[in-house]
Design a protein around this ligand. Sequence first.
Ligand code: HEC
Ligand code: HEC
Length: 295
Amino acid sequence: MSTDTKGGAPVDAHSGTVTTGHEWDGIRELNTPLPRWWLYTFYACIVWAIGYWVVYPAWPLLSGYTHGVAGWQSRNAVVEDIAALKALRAPMNDKIAKASLSEIEKTPELLSFARAQGSAAFAINCAPCHGSGGQGAYGYPNLNADRWIWGGTLEEIKTTITHGARSADDPATHLSAMPGFGRDGLLDAKQISNVADYVRTLSGGKPEAGADLAAGKKLFADNCSACHGPEGKGNKDVGAPNLTTSVWLYGPAKADIVKRVNVGGGGVMPAWGAKLDEGTIKSLTVFVHSLGGGQ
Ligand code: HEC
Ligand code: HEC
């Protein structure tokens, strides 16, 4: 226990520091003041925080929050950023909207902008169905392959993107459907098996043992060639795929082909004409055309 005092407060004999007077089992609490610079910084932070609460959105309330006198909102900041980006792109997008597709392909400056913009728009709008690289999936066509259901010229691709296929909300959409030969009793199981075996041979596939290819060929000529062509090379006017390549919408296995002949139908591609502006559609067209090598 120290008996020294400084200004009336007890002083610790060992360190010479004033104590608070609190003592527990002989352990006394020193009263070491905070450094001034620290204290003033701390006060400055408090003042700054109060100012911040007043100026910016800060405190949650039961319904809503304190808005702050400056009217700042993170959403406005995003809206401004997007508007600035659009303004930056607008002159080029305008040029693309006004140029013809072949002009865009011939002008390197327009082409590189269109491909970049098309690639970005593809990632947002198209990748969920066609895959991030346009590689397709079951029922969604591979856009990298030079095998086009609805045609692979610039104009044809643009038409498909603008109006879609079997899209309920666009009267100019591509329309057609493969009949459900099995479901509607047009062909029996044996006939379907034979025609499926024959279809497999068109792309170099092996028919099953015991397949009657001559019967399959005849069935194909009678039932399928009107849409898929006499040699099975497809017909873009009715969206009937080429059956002689290694690229398939629904798979090359015999079971896949049998299923298609049984149920028929056709996939739905949305129409984008009402959702995207002309410059974006043309950019997408040029981008998709570059994927598949065009035609
Ligand atoms: C909801 C899924 C879906 C989305 C999203 C979608 N597509 Fe498609 N697309 C399809 C389907 C299904 C087909 C095949 C239609 C058919 O079977 O006739 C198709 C066909 C196409 C074709 C024709 C391919 C050919 O071989 O002729 C092009 C080109 C195309 N899509 C481009 C796009 C672009 C560009 C976008 C984005 C703006 C897009 N698609 C978004 C489902 C989609
Ligand atoms: C009225 C026209 C039409 C007729 C007739 C027709 N098809 Fe099709 N076929 C189509 C269309 C359109 C598609 C594309 C379906 C889609 O886009 O989803 C198709 C798709 C297919 C496919 C799937 C191709 C793939 O890439 O996966 C096979 C296989 C096929 N047809 C076989 C046949 C056979 C075999 C016959 C005869 C028994 C036949 N089709 C008759 C229009 C027709």
